[in-house]
Design a protein around this ligand. Structure first.
Ligand code: SR1
Ligand code: MG
Length: 404
């Protein structure tokens, strides 16, 4: 059979066939299944399929175009393969924090995943000012371990190059190259911001020092295959509850700079930090939540760096990458990259095509504009000062000075 975009009935028929032919055993055979589509992301169809005992799985299918724009934006179905294979790679290294793949079909461009519906999407929870004390530890462990074990410190050069080729993801990378690094810094029809921000946007688009740093960040994104990234580490790609954290949606995965994922993640915490001005009216309550977010950023980066250094010290397989000082040199560059990517995430989520609900859900227009001006100013300062961050304390001081 050829690829066909599913509706709920086709999703049921597909899963029934897998079960009855014993290719999968996540449901007992002979069950009546039900399904509904609930995808609200930018790109794909997402179905929940449930049996008579209320066991459920998620079926995610790529469409041959970007769902948020429509058929006028064609998009490769190969992103379903990339997503399934990144989940399998990261799941083998870090099963606790990676969504479990139950089945993958190349022809139908679909993945069947464990249902994480008992958890919440981090962005939704943070928009309700919920706290997750283990989030920093979990994200740091996921990023440091998947990062290290896919890097030159650990893999042989031959294996690494084979993986770089397996995870070449040109169309999805192009989306990031355009939306993250290009559009916000030029006049472009995909940009999306209110006219009240025109002065700020003009200033960004005329700021050559800023555009120079963005050029360096983009060149590094294009040409520095350090590790297998998740590629889209925003707060909508993370399921959480008090004790659990699960990464989903790595369809933008490819071999890129280590600082990109951690910078994107911290950028999303900062977007939520700024957005709380429009959500929590009480000053003390707002400060409390923002202090929690800032601690989460400090803890995530500190643990991430500590774990990377420990992995390099104890598990590096290539002696020639082990001279005294190289690990520190490597991690300083990761930090500087991360600070820059973090700033770029703040800017592109404010004036580019793809926004965040943290900000867009602020009902008061003036409050929303205040937040948007803050995320732009913070993003600019992070990008401009990234190279001056010689250690993580300098990054944290920079953040504190900009957020007060
Ligand atoms: C057209 S895709 C827009 C954005 O959604 C994804 O989750 C990525 O962040 C991308 O930039
Ligand atoms: Mg996604």
């Amino acid at each position: 059979t050829n690829y066909v975009a599913f509706n709920a009935q086709r999703a049921i028929d597909y899963v029934s066939t897998l079960i009855e032919s014993k290719q999968c055993n996540f449901f007992d055979s002979g069950q009546t299944l039900s399904a509904y589509e609930f995808g609200d992301g930018n790109l794909n169809l997402v179905f929940r399929i449930t049996d008579e005992q209320n066991n459920s799985v998620i079926l995610k299918q790529a469409l041959p175009y970007a769902r948020c724009v429509g058929e006028s934006w064609p998009l490769t179905l190969d992103r379903a393969r990339i997503e399934a294979q990144v989940l399998l790679n990261h799941g083998a290294i870090c099963p606790t924090y990676t969504a479990n793949v139950l089945h993958y079909s190349e022809i139908q461009a679909l993945t069947i995943l464990e249902d994480l519906g008992n958890l919440q999407i981090l962005r939704t929870a943070q928009n309700n000012a919920e706290q997750f004390p283990k989030l920093a530890q979990h994200v740091a462990t996921y990023l440091s371990h998947t990062g290290f074990y896919n890097s030159d410190f650990y893999l042989t050069a031959q294996t690494k190059k084979a993986l770089v080729s397996q995870f070449t993801n040109p169309e999805l990378c192009q989306i990031t190259e355009d939306l993250f690094f290009s559009d916000p810094y030029i006049e472009h029809e995909r940009n999306n911001y209110p006219k009240q921000l025109q002065n700020e946007v003009d200033a960004i688009q005329k700021n050559n020092a800023l555009k120079l740093e963005i050029a360096k960040l983009k060149a590094n994104f294009l040409s520095n295959p350090q590790t297998l990234l998740h590629g889209d580490m925003h707060s909508g790609s993370i399921f959480v509850d008090c004790n659990n954290t699960k990464m989903i949606d790595p369809e933008f995965g490819f071999f890129g700079p280590v600082g990109f994922d951690i910078g994107s993640f911290i950028g999303n915490l900062l977007l939520n930090y700024c957005a709380q001005y429009g959500h929590i009216e009480d000053f003390v309550a707002r400060r409390n939540y923002q202090t929690h977010l800032l601690s989460c950023i400090v803890d995530t980066y500190s643990l991430f760096e500590q774990q990377w250094l420990e992995l390099i010290r104890t598990k590096t397989t290539d002696e020639s990458l082990a001279p005294v000082g190289y690990a520190q040199y490597f991690m300083k560059n990761v930090l500087q990259d991360a600070v820059g990517y973090c700033g770029a995430e703040l800017i592109r989520r404010t004036i580019g095509l793809a926004h965040v609900s943290d900000i867009d859900s602020i009902s008061d227009e003036n409050a929303r504009l205040t937040v948007q001006k803050q995320t732009l100013a913070l993003g600019e300062q992070l990008i401009l000062n990234a190279q001056a961050c010689n250690n993580k304390e300098a990054f944290f001081s920079l953040l504190i000075s900009q957020l007060n």
